[in-house]
Design a protein. Structure first.
Length: 114
C-alpha cells in the first residue's frame, strides 16, 4: 500500500506472437522512468515467461511517464522492428497498467488492458 492507503500500482506486460499464435517467451524488457531535466532512468527489468508475460518489474509506484523497451529480436531475429519502445503516462500511483503487445514479423500493436 502507498502512504495514502491506496494499493500501489503495478506495471505488467504480455507479448503475444500473432503470426505464430503463441506467447513471446524469453524476451528481455526494460522499464524506464522519465525524470525531467535528467532523461530516462531504468527502474525495472524482466524477461517474459512461457506465457509471454512479466507480472511485475518491482518499480516504486509513482505517477509519471514510463517506457517499456522490448528486445524482440532476441525472440524473433529477423523481425522488421528489432526493438520496441512503448511510452505511457501514469497519472495515478494507485492504478495498474497492464500493456499487451502483439508482434508479427512486420508489425506490432499495443493496448492497455483494464
Amino acid at each position: 500500500m502507498s502512504d495514502n492507503g491506496k494499493i500501489a500500482q503495478m506495471i505488467s506486460t504480455q507479448i503475444l506472437d500473432i503470426a505464430r499464435g503463441e506467447p513471446g517467451a524469453r524476451i528481455p524488457v526494460d522499464l524506464d522512468y522519465f525524470i525531467t531535466g535528467q532523461g530516462w532512468k531504468q527502474v525495472g527489468h524482466g524477461v517474459t515467461g512461457r506465457d509471454g508475460s512479466i507480472a511485475e518489474f518491482g518499480e516504486v509506484p509513482a505517477a509519471g511517464v514510463y517506457r517499456l523497451v522490448m528486445d524482440v529480436a532476441a525472440y524473433m531475429p529477423h523481425i522488421f522492428f528489432p526493438s520496441l519502445s512503448v511510452t505511457f503516462e501514469s497519472k495515478d500511483a494507485a492504478e495498474d497498467h497492464h500493456l499487451v503487445v502483439q508482434i508479427s514479423p512486420f508489425g506490432y500493436s499495443v493496448c492497455r488492458v483494464l
